[in-house]
Design a binder for this molecule. Structure first.
Ligand SMILES: NC(=O)c1ccc[n+]([C@@H]2O[C@H](COP(=O)([O-])OP(=O)(O)OC[C@H]3O[C@@H](n4cnc5c(N)ncnc54)[C@H](OP(=O)(O)O)[C@@H]3O)[C@@H](O)[C@H]2O)c1
Length: 310
């Protein structure tokens, strides 16, 4: 099969032909129709996880996928050949990845059925960003009528979280720095926008003088945001190594490590199917253009970059 791989440490990603993966017991094999780029993929591609996770070469890049099951391993229940699925490749080593024609995934974590009404390219953008957003929203314990600041609101995670915070009844202040981005976050439900190239906390306090009940932090430096939080509020981040990174008296600090449990992915799919959330697919690439997709993602995006695999 064709795949985007790292063939060794210190090698750039390349599109090449490798053996088809075979599903182990408890796994299914997915014919990938679309995948999307996440920051994690950039870290793997640049060697950033060397020494932190086992690399089983050739390492296929990619976590997010959407496609159809084409083979079912021993002991798998609830999935059959032809089922439409999506999710996040979640293994404790690097090797199997979604920037490929086929990927094997355990049914215990990182996979759920994809409703018929969700296109593969949309589904491919949902897994990791949707999971991180749902985990962050749960952790923030948003009460209706409160104010919430979403930092990184224009990104994959931020757009999902922004929409869920609005659904929870919050007045959302979102970071956005260009007219196009302001238009986008406003369309997704943000009541106010602030420019993250300026002093965000100061701009937020001008809008909500008592501070916000929660900050959802998906981009930029965390510490300058702390003054924007009301006493007793929450700081929820996907970017901390630990909650101790943000010493803030009277503030509940939560560090999120997204866990794509099947139930969480089902919630993500349900929100999308019911149009409580939407995914912005900024651009679609072919597998041969995967290096461009990684480069463009690193340069900044307005939503998700998708790799379509025919
Ligand atoms: N812990 C986990 O399990 C987990 C899971 C998923 C993602 N993550 C992490 O969560 C973060 C967000 O992920 P993502 O996929 O949404 O990334 P993304 O798509 O790259 O989005 C980041 C967004 O933030 C904006 N931005 C950049 N600098 C900013 C700043 N200083 N203040 C406010 N906004 C800024 C960018 O837009 P502009 O610069 O153009 O305005 C961009 O739209 C990443 O760091 C990712 O690695 C962690």
């Amino acid at each position: 099969m064709q795949a985007v791989v790292l063939s060794a440490h210190d090698r750039a990603p390349e599109v090449t032909t490798i053996d088809m993966p075979q599903p182990a017991a408890g796994e299914v094999r997915v014919r990938v129709r679309a995948a999307s780029v996440n920051g994690f993929d950039l870290s793997v591609a640049s060697g950033g996880l060397r020494g932190m996770m086992e690399h089983r070469f050739p390492v296929v890049l990619g976590k997010d996928f959407a496609g159809e099951i084409d083979a079912v391993g021993e002991g798998v229940e609830g999935y059959a050949t032809g089922d439409r699925v999506f999710g996040v490749v979640t293994k404790d080593f690097l090797g199997d990845g979604s920037f490929a024609e086929y990927v094997t995934v355990p049914v215990a974590v990182g996979i759920a059925h994809l409703p018929e009404t969700i296109a593969f390219q949309e589904g491919a953008g949902l897994g990791l960003a949707g999971t991180a957003a749902v985990n962050a929203i749960d952790a923030a314990e948003i009460a209706a009528g409160t104010s919430v600041l979403v930092v990184g609101a224009t990104g994959g995670v931020g757009q999902q979280a922004l929409q869920l915070a609005v659904r929870a009844g919050a007045t959302v202040i979102a970071t956005a720095r260009t007219a196009e981005k302001i238009e986008l976050v406003t369309r997704l439900g943000a009541a106010h926008t602030v420019d993250h190239t300026g002093d965000v906390a100061q701009q937020v306090l001008a809008i909500a003088p008592a501070g916000v009940a929660a900050v959802l932090h998906f981009a930029g430096a965390p510490l300058p945001l702390v003054p924007a939080i009301a006493p007793g509020g929450a700081f929820v981040s996907t970017m901390l190594r630990s909650a101790d990174d943000v010493p803030a008296e009277g503030v509940r600090v939560v560090s999120i490590y997204a866990h794509p449990a099947p139930e969480t992915l089902e919630r993500v799919a349900g929100n999308q199917a019911e149009r409580r959330t939407s995914v912005t697919v900024q651009r679609v690439y072919s597998l041969d253009q995967a290096a461009d997709a990684l480069g463009d993602f690193a340069a900044g995006t307005l939503g998700k970059l998708v790799i379509a695999i025919d």
